[in-house]
Every structure is written in C-alpha cells, then in structure tokens.
Write a new protein. Sequence first.
Length: 106
Amino acid sequence: MDPSERMEGAGIQIGGSVGLEQDGVIRAVVKGDVRSTCKLVISKGSVVSGVVQARDIRLEGEVVGGVEGLGQVWLVAGSRLRSRCVAAALRIEAGADFSGEIRVGE
C-alpha cells in the first residue's frame, strides 16, 4: 500500500471491543471497550463509547463510559470524560471536561 493511502483514523469506526498488548494510540470512533496492558492514548477527535482500561491513559479525545488506569490517567485540555475515573494517579489540565465519579490512589 502506498503511504499516501494509509488510513490515519479519520472516519474510522469500530463496533466492538479493542484489545492491545503494547503501547497504543486510538484514532477512531469506538463503540465498545478498549483494553491495553500498556500505555494508551485516546487522541483528539476520537470517541470511545465504553470503558477504557490500561496501565497509563492519556485522554485527548472523548470517553463516555469511564477510564480505569493502573498507573496514571491524564486528562489534557480539550478532552472530555463522562461517567467515572479510577486511577492510581490523576492529572487534570485546565480546560479538560470531566463529569462523574473519581477514585484515586486505591
């Protein structure tokens, strides 16, 4: 495949759960849970309608369903999280939009 024909996530929709065993970046609309044993980035413009679980999570896009991080969860400016956040450590930048339950340090 020619590099100019690669899909970079624009317009990609996934119906179902996604599992990763390495660091990953989600650049899509996912209607299902996302699980990773490593670091995970939900990029700007991406939407996950489900639970996101990973060691470390950087949220730049939107999650409706909650996040669970064994390590750090980072909500950057412009990100949106609905439902709940469970993390060992939590960082919320000014401009991030969060509404729900928080459990940190457990």
